[in-house]
Design a protein around this ligand. Structure first.
Ligand code: NAP
Length: 278
């Protein structure tokens, strides 16, 4: 089984970013990461994203607000960032605390700065197969991993476990745009194992530690693990039991070191594209 490492894909995206940057005549695009509270997974994603921006020669700044900030106060702060001409793109870490109406923020964010595809305009574009907007970075990262590894998608049976608006749904649309035949699975799917097993490409985005083992995987299938979980021993792990796939899958992405690193590279590319569009 071949391990599809994210670092190689991220390096290719870095080259694209460097080419795109040439069109900005020395201007260095700036990302704003907006965080409410101190959730460990948000902090870890923020650190990773800031590190990636730096290594790609881009600017990143974190805007952190207290967990108990009111809806009104947060919207005021968010509007300032949204309107700040020095900021080219925004990454909003979600979910937000319950007192903040997340839907309002999705409608507020300038679609041109919405690097993670949360605004209705960008989501509509993903569903319409229009690539002039920004798709959610993780969904795009999955397609990037496959394309960059020369894995054909056209005509292939793809099963995606998960139907969230962050990963499963937009990814199914991006796969459809690549002419794959897509099955979206979720907690109500009957015969989940059989459905997954019949796929040539299986994407696990369920948020369940090591749920997908070899019994879900068809012979020579390609497995992409989107999951980021902490197991019972406090260890970072994916949705896939990677070691169990040896002898069944042809290729698989590891966690850590797989889709996650590509997600922040896609974010960097979106940032430069946003600056160029301005
Ligand atoms: P989510 O909103 O919790 O959605 C999980 C989806 O998986 C739901 O559609 C759910 O079905 C389905 N599901 C859960 N358990 C299942 C089961 N036993 N059988 C079948 N389907 C099941 O999660 P998410 O935000 O999409 O994230 C998914 C995973 O990706 C998480 O581990 C998250 O940490 C990770 N993630 C990674 C990145 C990255 O950059 N690599 C980025 C974002 C998220 P229902 O709809 O029926 O409930």
């Amino acid at each position: 089984m071949i391990t599809l490492k994210g670092a190689a894909v991220s390096a290719k995206i870095k080259e694209q970013v460097e080419e795109l940057l040439a069109g900005l005549e020395g201007k260095v695009p700036k990302l704003a990461i907006v965080r409410v509270g101190e959730r460990p997974d948000d902090l870890s994603y923020e650190r990773g994203a800031l590190k990636k921006m730096e290594s790609f020669g881009l600017q990143g700044e974190s805007f952190a607000f207290p967990q108990d900030i009111t809806d009104e106060a947060f919207k005021e702060e968010f509007a300032k960032i949204n309107e700040n001409p020095d900021i080219d793109g925004i990454l909003l870490l979600r979910p937000l605390p319950k007192q903040i109406r997340e839907k309002d923020i999705e409608h507020m964010i300038n679609p041109g700065k919405d690097l993670d595809g949360i605004s209705p305009e960008n989501i509509a574009k993903v569903f319409a197969g229009d690539d002039t907007g920004f798709a959610p970075c993780t969904a795009e990262a999955v397609v990037e991993v496959l394309k960059s590894s020369d894995i054909p998608l056209a005509g292939k049976r793809v099963a995606i476990v998960g139907r969230s608006m962050v990963v499963g749904r937009p990814l199914s649309m991006l796969m459809l745009k690549e002419n794959a035949t897509v099955t979206i699975c979720h907690t109500r799917t009957e015969n989940l194992k059989e459905t997954c097993k019949s796929a040539q490409i299986l994407v696990a985005a369920a948020g369940r530690a090591r749920m997908v083992d070899a019994s879900y995987v068809g012979t020579d299938a390609v497995v992409v693990d989107v999951g980021i979980n902490v197991d019972e021993n406090g260890k970072l792990c994916g949705d896939v039991d990677f070691d169990s796939l040896e002898g069944t899958a042809s290729m698989a992405t590891p966690v850590p070191g797989g889709v996650g690193t590509v997600t922040t590279a896609v974010l960097a590319r979106h940032l430069v594209l946003a600056a160029l569009k301005k």
